[in-house]
Design a protein around this ligand. Sequence first.
Ligand code: GDP
Ligand code: GDP
Length: 437
Amino acid sequence: MLPTVALVGRPNVGKSTLFNALTRTRDALVHDQPGVTRDRHYGVCRLQEDRPFVLVDTGGIAGDEEGLAGATARQARAAAEESDLVLFVVDGREGPSALDDEILSWLRKSGRPVLLVVNKVDGIDARQAENEFARYGFEDVVQTAASHRAGIDELLDDVYARLPNEGRGESLDTDPERVRIAFIGRPNVGKSTLVNRILGEERMIASDVPGTTRDSIAVDLERDGRKYRLIDTAGLRRKSRVDEVVEKFSAIKTLQAIEECQVAVLMLDATEGVTDQDATVLSAILDAGRALVIAINKWDGLSDYQRQQAEDMLPRKLAFVDWAEAVRISALHGSGLRELFRAVHRAHASATREFGTSEVTRAVEIAYETNPPPVVRGHVAKMRFAHPGGTNPPTFIVHGTRLRTLSDTYKRYLENFFRKRFKLVGTPVRFVFKEGE
Ligand code: GDP
Ligand code: GDP
């Protein structure tokens, strides 16, 4: 499971600037709840590749007439309470305020581990800023200037030192034969209808995975002779815990399911097209490097005219992931499921394919010979050799000289060349360029 870190503090101290610096995303998953003045934002920090964590920007705790009793504050508290670590962000220029004191006192009551982050220390005496907060009694204080990306490495060191270490990597036992899939999508696209339909058909061989906790529900099943594990979806939760008040959309659960799966099936609603929220969820899948299949659901509910419109619009909207297969399905009627699972299988096979060093080097050589990179200021980038750097997503490490001058266009050419040559479908492909012999 991904650990969760919450940013808490009064408005304007720099929480969202920190959020952006740590997640490097423009589009955060938003948990919109009626009555909340500022939404919570969720993203994944991947600055240290092997230790991702969920970051929550709780919004802000404003000193309005409702104060800490207000809806926004309640929301921020709820977010803090479900996190493994709270970053209490304060403004180094303004020093401690009465509201900071108040926030800190409820943070203490919540019992969550808290790290004090003094932000906006650019251009001021940082030592003095720290002294002003000394009475809060924190042993370690991190100083940042989020808008200048300063202090971020130190902040990360302190965060990692406080996060639970267990649960890194695979949280469930893994059978290499078993494909881990997650159905991902915004509310009402049809996730639980689909999962229930799949489990209904396969009831005899589906079983809850032992050891899965309240928060991580998985079900194993077999289909057409192949083994799958369905990772935490709203559908699974609804089915197995009927008595529970079900959250319609949980951003944390979505991000965790993406992390734990190998193939993400992004579900879209054909009657609504590709919405902003769909695009945000899609970028979370791509950031995680997961294999991707797009399931366009509710195809049954379209008139001929709508069908035509959808056929025109979807490929355009999804052009940037044209390597992913899009399958039209109806969760309600169970149509398209065979094709869907075939696409999942193809995506998984591509994503987990093992490469040899010689075939990768050879591919780079041929790509280079066929279309050498253009001359930049009298020099040309040289790719000397390459080797595989991992799977899911397939990663290729290319060594050479002046590789920094390679343009995005050239990198895209290389990616497409590899996709074609190795017949990779349904998975992102990554290149890492290393300068030197
Ligand atoms: P939030 O309300 O806590 O999320 O605060 P924001 O991230 O929206 O930041 C509030 C204001 O402070 C914005 O104008 C930011 O540009 C500015 N700000 C954020 N971090 C820093 C910093 O490290 N130094 C300075 N000088 N300004 C900052
Ligand atoms: P979730 O929030 O993503 O789990 O979505 P649900 O499975 O709860 O579905 C939301 C609504 O869409 C329900 O009323 C479903 O009956 C309906 N629905 C789901 N799949 C289909 C489908 O394939 N065709 C049609 N016409 N309706 C569907």
